[in-house]
Design a protein around this ligand. Structure first.
Ligand code: GAP
Length: 432
């Protein structure tokens, strides 16, 4: 049974347990911004590391870069963003709320909040503008990147010249992107500042459909490998009028957030649009030379684009459970903020505490582990279940006799006894 209050519960858990806080909260907040707390930052990093490992380290054909957030403004002229990256917005004449025209249900011409009359649609470019240098004049305008992709195209020649990769090959990047979003998103779903994990996969034109299909599988499988529920995913092809200015075909991998399918990731066939345009605008020859035939041409591009923050949200939606008296986040151990928690059975027994501290500090050399000696054991288990810690290790009186501990599994709640010397191996085996 779907829980219609899931989002409210997740927002509350995220705030209460230090995953996500409202942005600039002490100043009354800043709409569409959030800050990630001590547990949220761990989950974010684990998601990004998992992605990098899967698509960069474990593959031979993809190289990583880390390009700038600020790029020469001509980049955005060449990429078509200054003219083609447009949202159409309408405003309610009564309550003055703004909506993206493409987010309103078809045929709706009244404000969905108050029923007021809507203004005529107005075009709006969601790129954030700022200025280089002390003078705020047109010539000094620069944009915060709205996608990470362009730094990849701009560095295409640098990567080819230094690494000589052969087609097909990809260039990957993880980083912040910024969009002046005008409609309020739900929680971290649509924010002004977010992170993308993108690959520009360079191919021969004739092979684009094959690689498009291949990337669909890879994207979906990767999300599922992190615990995103496959039954809450679906692919949806963009209609002609939805397609971005650079795309010949785009499909979104959508996730069902509270009964409504919404874009989790996008997969686009960008043709040779970007390299060709950057070549024309920069005057640099960005063609690839086939090492066998010597032929020069612009490679075509299939672009899988993953949102870090939407992955975070889809994982929480998929992992959240209410069972008997406990709330449990069934996070995959690979991405759980803490891999284990260590407790002394009693906080006022010096020998137990000292032994538990030694185990805790030794585990900390290799894993992110939590320490807790407050309240009773049952409460500590529940507190760790709620933040998704897969294993709880308790040091009790038997530990002092035979150097074994209990290790409790979050999902089964079953405990077993293992030797202290075996804990690291136990965790490693289950996390990799
Ligand atoms: N380079 C292609 C591109 O940027 P996109 O569909 O506009 O395509 C890709 O964005 C992904 O970035 C989305 O699927 C989503 O996961 C994430 N994303 C886009 N806008 C976002 C926002 N305002 N807040 C959070 N994530 C966002």
């Amino acid at each position: 049974m779907r829980d219609n209050n899931l989002l409210t519960k997740i927002v509350s858990l995220c705030k209460r347990r230090g995953f996500v806080f409202p942005g600039s909260e002490i100043y009354g907040g800043l709409a569409n911004t959030f800050d990630y707390g001590p547990l949220g930052v761990e989950l974010l990093r684990n998601i990004k590391n998992h992605w990098w490992r899967t698509f960069v380290h474990q593959r031979e054909d993809i190289l990583g870069i880390d390009g700038g957030i600020l790029l020469n403004r001509r980049v955005w002229e060449a990429s078509g963003h200054t003219t083609g990256f447009i949202d159409v917005l309408v405003e309610c004449k009564s309550c003055h709320k703004r909506f993206r025209a493409d987010h309103l249900p078809k045929g709706i011409n009244k404000c969905p909040e108050c029923g007021g009359e809507l203004t005529e649609p107005r075009k709006f470019n969601p790129m954030f503008k700022t200025f280089i240098g002390p003078v705020e004049e047109e010539a000094a305008v620069i944009y915060l990147r709205p996608e990470t992709a362009q730094a990849i195209f701009v560095n295409f020649q640098n990567v080819v010249n230094t690494f000589r990769p052969k087609l097909p090959f990809g260039i990957a990047q993880i980083g912040k992107a910024f969009r002046n979003e005008i409609t309020l998103g739900k929680f971290i779903f649509r924010t002004l500042e977010f992170e993308q994990m993108e690959i520009e996969y360079f191919i021969q034109e004739k092979e684009w459909e094959k690689y498009f299909e291949e990337w669909k599988q890879l994207m979906e499988n990767w999300a599922v490998s992190l615990g995103v529920k496959r039954e809450w995913l679906r692919w949806r092809a963009h209609t002609k009028d939805e397609l971005a200015h650079y795309s010949k075909r785009t499909e979104d991998l959508e996730f069902e957030f509270e009964g409504e399918f919404k874009e989790l990731y996008g997969l686009a066939y960008r043709t040779d649009f970007d390299l060709r345009n950057h070549s024309e605008h920069s005057g640099k020859d960005l063609r690839y030379q086939d090492p066998k035939t010597g032929e020069k041409f612009f490679p075509h591009v299939v672009e899988p684009s993953f949102g870090v923050n939407r992955t975070f949200l889809a994982i929480l939606f998929s992992a959240y459970r209410e069972e008997d008296k406990r709330v449990v986040l069934r996070l995959k151990p690979q991405i759980a903020p803490y891999k284990a928690a260590v407790f002394p059975l009693l906080a006022n027994k010096k020998e137990l505490v000292e032994k538990a501290r030694r185990i805790y500090l030794s585990l900390k050399e290799e894993f992110n582990v939590a320490w807790d000696d407050r309240g009773n054991i049952g409460k500590r288990y529940f507190a760790q279940d709620e933040i998704g810690t897969p294993w709880c290790i308790t040091v009790d009186f038997q530990t002092l006799k035979d150097n074994t501990v209990t290790i409790r599994d979050r999902d089964t709640t079953k405990q077993e006894r293992i030797g202290v010397g075996k804990i690291k191996e136990y965790l490693k085996k289950r996390i990799s």
